[in-house]
Structure formats: structure tokens, C-alpha cells
Design a protein around this ligand. Structure first.
Ligand code: GLP
Length: 260
């Protein structure tokens, strides 16, 4: 695993965007795995800037989002459909039919989940999966206790996640209790993982994910099993890493490291 520590949120976002851009430059028809949450917002803004100012082309890109709340219609301001269109898709040139987001309103979840897995496979698998991390160490909505080989499925949200996400809703009671999420196994199948983390609220989760034991109690720790996983954290999110100096030394010595 590569750990890149950046001085602030902006640098974290730019470094992550640079890695996405490199994948697209090498493979213009790449399949991207998209994440929601507040952390990847800066990364999306930077990709939009690269699209507008540096002709970064998304016309052959296919995307698969990690997850969606169950029960929210696509036009609900807190649905991940809405989030992605608002912050990213409407600003770049990804063909609409190449955008895949789990349905939070299907009448048959098991069939939909199976279809989603098959669709990813049909598209050749995910080349690069963007990830955030929950304060309980989850990736996507794979809450503590999720099998590390899980696939796309319905998941009940933990109390911690409902509390964390309540800030986006008018009332805590409005936060959905269920979500549809790619599994940890689905995520590990992606050819490259880029996990972004910012702020001190993520410091413990990042330390557990990067340096703790691989455990289903911290599903982000599963990325230790991946052969090409990059964690990009700002200084606050990296604060509890015991090997911080070593990661910074490696990154500084890297000849072609993306720095801005
Ligand atoms: C939700 C999403 C995750 C995301 C997490 C953290 O639980 N399902 O994919 O990583 O929120 O969000 P934030 O970046 O807002 O802290």
C-alpha cells in the first residue's frame, strides 16, 4: 500500500485527481468507481477543472458508484444520484448511458444487486475505484462486521453512520436505515484503489485501516490485501499513523510522484 500525506485538503484532492487523470490518459475508456461523501468533493472539482481547462476527456469513460440510500428517489437532494449529478456528472462529458449508480428504489433488491455485479463484469471490471472512509472505518456502506468477500447487497447502516450522516438531513429520523452497497469483495476486485481522507475525525479510522489488523470490524483495512492501493490523507487524517515519517520519506524520494 502506498500512503501519501498531503499538507491540506486541497493538495489531497489535487493529488487524487492527478492519479485519476493518469489512468484516463493511459486508458481513455477506463471504468471508474465513484464515491460520495464530502471528502471526494475537492477531487471532483479538480477533475471538472481538468476537463474544462486541460481537455481531460471523459467521453469514453464508464462509471459505477459505490452505493445509494434505500428509499430516496433519485431527485432527493441527499440521494447519491443527486449528489453525483450535481457535483460531477453534469460538469463533464461522460455519456449518460455509461453512468451506473445503484438503485435505491428498485422493487427487487437481490435481482438488482446481481445485475449490478454482472454489469461491472460486462464492462471489464473497475480500473480505478475512488474511496472515502467512514469514521467507523467503513468503505462504501460496508459497516463493521461486513464480510471481506461481500458483494453488492443491501446493508443496514450502523448507529455511528446514521449519526455522522444526520448533518445532511433535516432530522435524524430522515436518515435512511438501509443502503445498497458494493461489497468489500467487489471493491477489492478493482485494479486500483485510491482512498481519500481528510480531517481529524478520520485519524483513528485511517490508522486502523492502514496499520491495524485486517478485520471485518474496520472494512477499510481490507485494502491492505490489495496489490495497488493508494491512501491519500491530509495531515490531520494522517495524525495517528505511527509510520508517518516513513511514508513521507518514501513519497519525497519518489521520482515521478504527482505533487500538484
Ligand atoms: C458514507 C459513504 C462513504 C463515505 C462516508 C464518509 O458513509 N457511503 O462512501 O466514505 O460516508 O463520508 P465523508 O467523506 O462525508 O466523511
Amino acid at each position: 500500500m502506498e500512503v501519501i500525506i498531503q499538507r491540506d485538503y486541497e493538495q489531497m484532492s489535487k493529488t487524487a485527481a492527478q492519479i485519476v487523470a493518469e489512468v484516463l490518459n493511459t486508458k481513455p475508456n477506463a471504468v471508474l468507481g465513484m464515491a460520495t461523501g464530502s471528502t471526494p468533493l475537492g477531487l471532483y472539482q479538480e477533475l471538472v477543472r481538468l476537463h474544462k481547462e486541460a481537455q481531460l476527456d471523459f467521453s469514453r469513460v464508464t462509471t459505477f458508484n459505490l452505493d445509494e440510500y434505500v428509499g430516496l428517489p433519485v431527485n432527493h437532494p441527499q440521494s447519491y444520484h443527486y449528489f453525483m449529478h450535481e457535483h460531477f456528472f453534469q460538469h463533464v462529458n461522460i455519456p449518460r448511458h455509461n453512468i451506473n449508480i445503484p438503485s435505491g428504489t428498485t422493487s427487487n433488491y437481490p435481482a438488482f444487486c446481481q445485475w449490478y455485479e454482472e454489469r461491472i463484469a460486462e464492462c471489464g471490471g473497475i480500473d480505478l475505484q475512488i474511496l472515502g472512509i467512514g469514521s467507523d472505518g467503513h468503505i462504501a456502506f460496508n459497516e463493521p462486521g461486513s464480510s471481506l468477500s461481500s458483494r453488492t447487497r443491501l446493508k443496514t447502516l450502523s448507529k455511528q453512520t446514521i449519526d455522522d450522516n444526520a448533518r445532511f438531513f433535516e432530522h435524524r429520523e430522515g436518515v435512511p436505515v438501509y443502503a445498497i452497497t458494493m461489497g468489500v469483495g467487489t471493491i477489492l476486485d478493482a485494479r486500483k484503489l485510491v482512498l481519500v481522507a481528510s480531517g481529524k475525525a478520520k485519524a483513528k479510522a485511517i490508522a486502523q485501516a492502514v496499520e491495524g489488523p485486517v478485520t471485518s470490524m474496520v472494512t477499510a483495512s481490507a485494502i491492505q490485501l490489495h496489490r495497488d492501493a493508494i491512501v491519500i490523507a491530509d495531515k490531520e487524517a494522517a495524525a495517528d499513523l505511527t509510520m508517518r515519517d516513513y511514508y513521507e520519506f518514501i513519497y519525497a524520494a519518489k521520482p515521478a510522484a504527482p505533487k500538484s
